[in-house]
Design a protein around this ligand. Sequence first.
Ligand SMILES: [Zn+2]
Length: 327
Amino acid sequence: MNSELTFCNMPLDRASHLRKNQQWLSDKISADSSCFYFFYQNKLLYLDKSLFSFSKAQYQGEAELLSLIERAEFNLIFLGLEQDKGHFVYDLSALNDDEINRWLAKLFHCLCCNDAKFIDFRHSISMLSQEQAAILGYAKALIHWQQSAVFCGTCGTETQSLDGGHRRQCLNSECQVEQFPRTDPAVIMLVEYQPKHGPALCLLAEHHRISGQVYSTLAGFVDPGESLVEAVHREVLEEVGIETKQITHFGSQPWPFPNSLMLGFFAQATDMEITLEEEELRSAAWFTAEQLQNFGEWGDETDGKKLPRKESISRRLIDTWCAKQLG
Ligand SMILES: [Zn+2]
């Protein structure tokens, strides 16, 4: 069921054994076929509403464009291979507002266009294909890790990027501690209850951090020293005061905001009495599948209750549960 989940099935070969070879990487960086994407502070570069990628093969002989793009101060990360073709992402976040505007103006000039712009990645997912979303979600998570690992956590000295951006090492010769990209596991669960009579119900909640009556499943980060089933049980108990049993795994989804791995579950509630954890949740309630059919879509302007965004595993859990109830 993961096949259609956004950010899943990243199509590139990560080539983790090859990216350790600096010569191989340099050859890939200068290869005509290699393609480069551009991020600037959580925004992705689009050209005429399509994802912009640069390759020398596509812009042959454009020396000015090439010198604009190949700049040492941009952080460059290797993503993977599509057959033999390397995919890379440039992070331009070190530029200030003036510098990025000047860079964009030069790009307009080189491409003879005036509709190149950086668009917030989260709000532009619908403009990408399934494959592009998976590649760029992966890129965004790596960039976030790179930005948070500039200094050594042990001695505070600067670190350097290695292996095409998949490892960082402390520059202090006495320390040399290595850091690797991290992923934060989070459990996300649809809690259901089957009363003695009548249809089954599922528990959805409004979270303070999401405005506009969006009802989604409960979720939370896994604690150190905790199994996934324990995390589901604890989170549900903490957020709505309900005990759960029969916790079953549904599927998982990388979620690059900033670098989580969402692990989906179904869980059976032992009773329906909600005790709300008010710091995190605005409200929580039980709904039948039939009631959920009348909910609006995330992002639409209408009043009333809405379902979470279609790209999320929360929505996939809800849709799967509803299909089973109404089936
Ligand atoms: Zn260090």
